[in-house]
Design a protein around this ligand. Sequence first.
Ligand code: 1GP
Length: 245
Amino acid sequence: MAVKEYLINKMKEGTIHLALLDPDKQDSREAGAIAKRMRDAGTDAIMIGGSTGVTNENLGATAVSIKESSGLPTIHFPGGPGAISKYVDSIFFMSMVNSVDPFWIMNAQAGAAAYIKKLGIETISLGYIIVEPGMKVGEVGKADAIKHNEIDRAVGYAIACELFGMDLVYLEAGSGADKPVPPEMVSAVKKAISIPLLVGGGIRTPEAAKAARTAGADAIVTGTFIERCSDDDTLRSVVEASKGR
Ligand code: 1GP
């Protein structure tokens, strides 16, 4: 089954959990081992990506290892057009819609599009909206990050993504953010759109995961927490709070 169809079907049952692994943070064997633990904890799919240090080689090796050890669908979450691999099941074909630099809105994508099409990788279009603090990705992508009190701005970008025909919207506070996207913003965006909503950045406790889920997130993304947590029960508690089941 195509990854998009798999995700949409899963989201019809309730909020899903997506684990993000950065190929620059551990070797492929370790990434495979983490993915297996995440699958056992209830994660639905693995996103692979990072803002810096991702190469065709470490991306491909990580995807193969994750697939072999967990069997979960893999999604490339690109930090730019520099690395692309046919070994990942699918790619978020994404635009950072609140960047001030056209490179991150459409030019990077235009540069990579022909190659992605030629490789035949499944693309899942995604509107990527950066919320403060934005962290590394906000800095690299020159985001005009949405402030926590600018809820109407977040809603406007999200509706624009839907009207452009994108498959998904992602509200991103940035990896390692001290505060996740506020639940009030998640809730307002969710009410305004009819395409699925991903939420991530700074979610590392069951409470934060539950807050995002009950506010209306269709998918919750966690990265840093997974790479740092060695306790399976703790991993499971965050995945279960994300899914509510
Ligand atoms: C990925 O920002 C998320 O888009 C991940 O954030 O590393 O804080 O979980 P964390």
